[in-house]
Write a protein that binds this ligand. Structure first.
Ligand SMILES: [Cu+2]
Length: 79
């Protein structure tokens, strides 16, 4: 969960550090659901990305990984 107030300058540093070799991403969008459209690139282990945005809607929002492998469960369903 991500908790923001209007005007918050949100800075997220993402680090791919999972124990499996799969890539992952960060998605905070209408699928979350949320009023935001913030998405990272897919990060492999050892990669980093910084996402920045100014919160324009207050609340508590879920985020998820949108990676959908060819086989097996999509990452969102894996939690
Ligand atoms: Cu994932």
């Amino acid at each position: 969960m991500l908790i923001v107030n209007v005007g918050d300058r949100v800075r997220l540093t993402l680090l791919g550090n999972g124990s499996c070799p799969a890539v992952h991403d960060f998605s905070l969008d209408n699928e979350s659901p949320s009023p935001y459209n913030v998405r990272s690139i897919s990060l492999a282990r050892g990669e980093t990305q910084v996402l920045k945005f100014v919160a324009s809607y207050p609340g508590t929002f879920k985020y998820y990984c949108s990676v959908a492998p060819l086989y097996g469960l999509i990452h969102r369903k894996r939690g």
